[in-house]
Design a protein around this ligand. Structure first.
Ligand code: FES
Length: 349
């Protein structure tokens, strides 16, 4: 069974409602998920390969597609992503959106985020055909499960993990897709999707159609066991999550990091090392700890992979991750996104 993924943390009754819903985010993958590797101290995840960029092309307004080739390209399953190590050292996760049967190359696409953290700008402006890139993976935390019927919702670049799913669904599978974007020209792979969908597609370009009517998406209810997949902006995923009917399972793929910064400054004692670091309001625990202990393991920096998980000895944690269960949260935290609720934490490191 795939690991259940935490979706949204809210307070009070809303939290309970969300957790009840979270328990529905489950199902049997059509393909086995790859086992997570053990964290590698001091380094992002291993299983690295260097691949050649053989295509760097614009496929929609603000969207670049990369084709990566190399001897170590291999099979992957729909929903999988690659960890891409950019020349600056930034590590970013990009969904594989090519053909899973093509074992000679990987294809990913990325949208330029003008006010982002720099990864997409580097992909768009500094990468070029002929350069080599280090990649890790593929890994799949968004597997396509077996279900009697499917509802897919994609926002913009969120179509990338969903496109291979549409290609992989068995002939005769019952599915429909709501694909939203700011404009048609900004929606990557729209033609591919239209060919695959054959009447099962609703396209909502906001400049022509306004906001998507998500209430209409489930207005007629869904069959028991329907799998709802959504990838896109946070607002879209939250809106879909609020509307998923009872009896459906919800599968979300988040790429935007939970904000790790923001909040009061606090101190973190690293008990075994005998050191104490200060985490500023504009920093993360991971950054502060790595300044003292550069060998601290990490990978995604987005609360997804679990590599940076550490045991908490004292203090209350404000968990902002997408991964840990309540039991795991009782005595550990992910350094890359979570913070202290009070003014001090003590870690077993
Ligand atoms: Fe991946 Fe923190 S580095 S969860």
């Amino acid at each position: 069974m795939p690991k259940l993924r935490t979706v949204v943390v809210l307070a009070g009754a809303a939290l309970l409602a969300k957790r009840a819903l979270r328990r529905r985010i489950q199902g049997s993958p059509l393909w086995p998920m790859p086992a997570l590797e053990e964290p590698v101290s001091g380094r992002p995840r291993s299983r690295a390969a260097r691949l050649l960029i053989t295509a760097h092309e614009t496929v929609a307004d603000g969207v670049v597609r990369l084709r990566l080739e190399g001897r170590q390209s291999g099979r992957w399953e729909p929903g999988a992503h690659l960890d891409v190590v950019l020349p600056s050292g930034l590590v970013r996760q990009y969904s594989l959106c090519g053909d899973p049967e093509d074992t000679s190359s990987y294809t990913v696409a990325t949208r330029l985020v003008a006010d982002g953290r720099g990864g997409s700008r580097e992909v768009h402006e500094q990468l070029a055909e002929g350069m080599e890139l280090e990649v890790r993976g593929p890994r799949n935390r968004f597997p396509l499960v077996e279900a009697p019927t499917y509802v897919f919702v994609a926002g913009g670049i969120g179509i990338t993990p969903i496109l291979p799913m549409l290609r992989a669904l068995p002939e005769g599978a019952e599915w429909r897709l709501l694909y939203c974007g700011r404009t048609r020209a900004s929606m990557p792979f729209l033609e591919d999707v239209e060919k695959l969908a054959q009447g099962r597609l609703t396209v909502v370009a906001e400049d022509e159609d306004g906001r998507p009517d998500l209430d209409a998406l489930f207005a007629d209810g869904v069959a028991e066991g329907t799998a709802v997949y959504c990838c896109g902006p946070e607002g879209l995923m939250d809106a879909v999550e609020e509307r998923v009917p009872e009896g459906a399972t919800l599968h979300l793929e988040r790429f935007a990091p939970r904000a790790s910064a923001g909040g009061a400054e606090f101190e973190v004692e690293l008990r075994r090392s005998g050191r104490t670091v200060t985490v500023g309001s504009d920093s993360s625990v991971l950054a502060a700890v790595r300044a003292e202990l550069p060998g601290t393991a990490y990978s995604c920096e987005q609360g997804f992979c679990g590599t940076c998980r550490q045991r908490v000895l004292e203090g209350e944690v404000e968990h902002r991750d997408e991964l840990l269960t309540d039991a795991e949260r009782a005595d550990s935290m992910l350094l890359c996104v979570s913070r202290a609720r009070g003014d001090r934490l003590v870690l077993d490191m």
